[in-house]
Design a binder for this molecule. Structure first.
Ligand SMILES: [Zn+2]
Length: 469
């Protein structure tokens, strides 16, 4: 599994032939991985998993983490033993960085390894303080590019396409990972506008029009913004631009509005800076095929850690099967999703991950039902009578101390019929969240005292006022 060679020259640092045989990029991917038999897949996973665990034992973080759970090298003999390995979260990674600044001891490489192989550094998004750095060895980075290339092929990107990438160019992987994937493994041409801060939005539209851009990648809110600026400010009908495909991480966002704006299908995908592009939608757009030859995703009960059967919602655990520099082995990413229990109509045999329903740490239990503020935000974001601002307040009311969630939603304009919007949103929330919520429509700016939108970038969307006395 280790295709890593000693050389500071990139093209000599890897055995590319062997690497692409093991992790076929498109178009080979479709025959050699996407429709693989489950037995053959399992065999491949097993070999790679055992190689990954072996590599883990060479890395101080895993030696400590596994050792303190009473494990010894040799205890993990098969893929069936996976659940014997203790999971960890970002908390343990942060502690690893604090203990061994600045990079932690969860990576089997350090900048000094630049003497024997080219390294590149990118980071997590990071909301407070320094973002978490990650060093990528050539094998880690190259397979990430292959996984990205597969994702784009699945969403219909073809050689000769012009793909505009509107994510921020910087420390994060948002724009740079897609650039590497598109450039090396799709035959399409990445057009790196970056976000509106790098290339003004109006200019992005002009570029798309002048250069024949036919695929756009970006955050849902920015894809929306682009279409609106085109129409309202430049008088350009987004449909006239001939966009054939949109790519995004949708989370709880509703794709229908975006698809109407652009008259193009929007494909969901899921990746992190620790694991690369783990799952991506095919043309069916009903769940994201997991790149199961490169990553194992388990769904575990957020409270007990027990692995859940297909179809049940829980925390996503990541085990990478290709990473040499910094493997991830049962990393609890704390996103909530589930494995789609049905086979895909596209004929692909790789299992699918449902959308990401939210983060485990923002989830709130309301009368026994798991509710995600993100899901509520997704509904509000597509409601044209609102400006998208909202806050959820949970409290106990009445003599029975019944748990209620009230969602304050701002109307976009005073002329909006508050009562009608309330009725419509309450119905929609019931459909999406599965439990009845109370909606209160308020004027613009009225949720700010709770959310802090105008004062901070750490916006609060949930106030839990239930006191556990
Ligand atoms: Zn499919």
């Amino acid at each position: 599994m280790n295709h890593q060679h000693d050389s500071t020259w990139y093209w000599r640092s890897l055995d590319f032939d062997a690497l692409t045989r093991d992790f076929p990029p498109p178009p080979d991917y479709f025959d050699k991985v996407f429709r693989i038999s489950r037995d053959e897949l399992r065999e491949r996973q097993e070999t790679r998993f055992l190689a990954t665990v072996k590599r883990g034992w060479e890395i101080p973080f895993f030696q400590r983490h596994w050792g303190s759970a009473g494990l010894e090298p040799g205890d993990i003999r098969a893929l069936d033993d996976l659940s014997k390995l203790p999971p960890y979260t970002v908390k343990e990674l942060r502690e690893s960085i604090e203990r061994n600044p600045p990079f932690g001891d969860f990576m089997g490489i350090s900048p000094a390894d630049g003497a024997r192989m080219p390294l590149v550094l990118q980071t997590s998004g990071g909301t407070t303080g320094l973002p978490r750095p990650m060093l990528y060895a050539p094998q880690d980075r190259e397979v990430m590019a292959i996984l990205g290339g597969r994702r784009f092929a699945l969403q219909g990107v073809r050689p000769g396409d012009m793909v505009m990438v509107t994510y921020s160019l910087g420390l994060g992987n948002g724009a740079l990972a897609p650039r590497e994937a598109l450039w090396r493994y799709t035959g399409a041409v990445p057009v790196m506008t970056g976000s509106g801060a790098t290339t003004p939005t109006r200019r992005q539209i002009e570029i798309a029009k002048a250069w024949g851009v036919n695929v756009i990648l970006g955050f849902p809110s920015y894809l929306r913004h682009l279409a609106i600026v085109a129409k309202e400010e430049l008088g350009i009908d987004p449909h006239s631009l001939g966009i054939r495909s949109l790519g995004s991480h949708l989370g709880q966002e509703d794709r229908i509005h975006l698809e109407e704006l652009w008259n193009a299908p929007c494909h969901d995908a899921y990746g992190t800076h620790e694991s690369g592009m783990m799952a991506a939608e095919c043309s069916e757009r009903a769940g994201m095929h997991i790149q199961e030859d490169a990553v194992i995703l388990e769904i575990a009960d957020p409270e007990t850690g027990a692995v859940l059967p297909e179809g049940e919602k829980g925390s996503v655990y990541i085990t990478t099967l290709y990473r040499w520099g910094a493997p991830q082995i049962r990393f609890n990413i704390n996103d909530i999703s589930r494995i789609v229990p049905e086979a895909c109509r596209c004929g692909g045999t790789l299992k699918k991950l449902d959308r990401i329903f939210g983060r485990n740490d923002t989830m709130v239990k309301l009368r026994g039902v798991n509710v995600f503020p993100e899901a509520i935000g997704g509904v509000v974001a597509t409601e044209r009578r609102s400006n998208g601002e909202y806050v959820c307040i949970v409290e106990r009311v009445g003599v029975e101390q019944r748990e209620e969630m009230t969602v304050l939603v701002e109307a976009v304009h005073p002329s909006v019929d508050h009562a009608q919007l309330q009725v419509d949103l309450e119905r929609r929330f019931k459909e999406v969240v599965g439990v009845r919520l109370i909606v209160e429509v308020v004027d613009r700016g009225k949720t700010d005292e709770y959310t802090g939108t105008s004062r901070t970038s750490k916006i609060k969307r949930l106030l839990d006022r239930r006191v556990s006395a």
